[in-house]
Design a protein around this ligand. Structure first.
Ligand code: DC
Length: 233
C-alpha cells in the first residue's frame, strides 16, 4: 500500500518531523513537511522586500506574486526520509530554518491566500501517497487521509527538548523563555482564524511525553498492522 496518506498534526516541538520522517523511511514513501512550505513563502517574501523591518507584510504584493506564479517551490524526497526544498533552482532547506524566517512565518501562515497557495502545493505533491506533518493536515489539507495522528506532549517536556536542541547548536537559552515561547506558539496555532490547529475527530492521539522514537514506532506498528496489515518494525 504505497499510496497511503498519513496526516500528522500537533503542537510545536512534539517531534512531528522526526516521527514522520522515520515512518516515511520505513514505508519507503514521500515525507512532506508542510511547515517548510510556509517557511519558503516567508523566505521569498523576505528576499523580495515584502516584509518590512517591523514585521509588516506587503500582502498585496505577495498575493500578486502568487497569482502571477512567481513563487516556484519544489521538493526532493530522499531515501533516508528527509526532504529538500527548492525556491526556483536554489536549495533553501538550510535558509528556511534561519531566525529571520522563524520570526516571520507565523504571520505569513495566517494569510488566507498563502494558506490556499500552500494547500494547492501540498495536494500537487502529496496526493499520490505521503506522510505529511503540520497543523491542519488531517482537518483541512487531507480530511480523507487514511490515518490521522495528533501529537502532543507536556509543554515543560517540549521546552526541555528545545533547550537541548538549542544548546547543541551552541546557544544558551533560559528554560523559562523557551517555555513561554512554546506556550505562545501553542496559543497562536490554535487560535488562528483560518484552519487552526485542532484534533480531527477521527485522529488518534499520541502523547509522546515519555516515549522514545522507537517506542513510538512500536505504537504505530500495532495500528498499521491492525488497520492496513502492514508492519514497520
Ligand atoms: O512546523 P514549523 O515550525 O516548520 O511550521 C512553521 C510555521 O508554519 C508555524 O508558524 C506554523 C505554520 N504551519 C501552519 O500554519 N500549518 C501547517 N500545516 C504547517 C505549519
Amino acid at each position: 500500500m504505497t499510496n497511503i496518506i498519513i496526516a500528522i498534526d500537533g503542537y510545536s516541538s512534539t517531534g512531528k518531523g522526526t516521527f514522520a520522517m522515520e515512518i516515511a523511511r520505513r514505508l519507503g514513501i514521500l515525507y512532506l513537511d508542510s511547515g517548510a512550505l510556509y517557511r519558503t513563502v516567508t523566505l521569498y517574501a523576505l528576499q523580495n522586500g515584502e516584509i518590512e523591518w517591523n514585521g509588516a507584510i506587503l500582502d498585496r504584493r505577495l498575493q500578486e506574486d502568487i497569482i502571477l506564479g512567481k513563487i516556484d517551490i519544489s521538493v526532493m524526497s530522499k531515501a533516508d526520509g528527509t526532504m529538500r526544498v527548492f525556491l526556483g533552482d536554489e536549495d533553501v532547506s538550510g535558509r528556511i530554518r534561519e531566525l529571520e524566517v522563524a520570526r516571520n512565518v507565523s504571520a505569513i501562515a495566517t494569510l488566507p491566500f498563502v494558506r490556499n497557495f500552500v494547500d494547492e502545493q501540498l495536494h500537487r505533491l502529496g496526493s499520490k501517497g505521503c506522510v505529511m506533518d503540520g497543523r491542519d493536515i488531517g482537518t483541512a489539507v487531507f480530511p480523507n487521509a487514511d490515518l490521522k495522528i495528533f501529537m502532543t506532549a507536556d509543554a515543560e517536556i517540549r521546552a526541555q527538548r528545545r533547550v537541548l536542541q538549542m544548546e547543541q547548536a551552541g546557544q544558551h537559552p533560559s528554560f523559562e523563555e523557551v517555555l513561554k515561547n512554546v506556550q505562545e506558539r501553542d496559543y497562536i496555532d490554535s487560535h488562528r482564524a483560518m484552519n487552526p490547529l485542532r484534533k480531527a475527530d477521527d485522529a488518534i492521539v499520541l502523547d509522546n511525553s515519555h516515549m522514545t522514537v522507537e517506542e513510538q514506532m512500536v505504537w504505530l506498528d500495532g495500528i498499521l498492522r491492525e488497520r492496513f496489515n502492514i508492519g514497520i518494525l
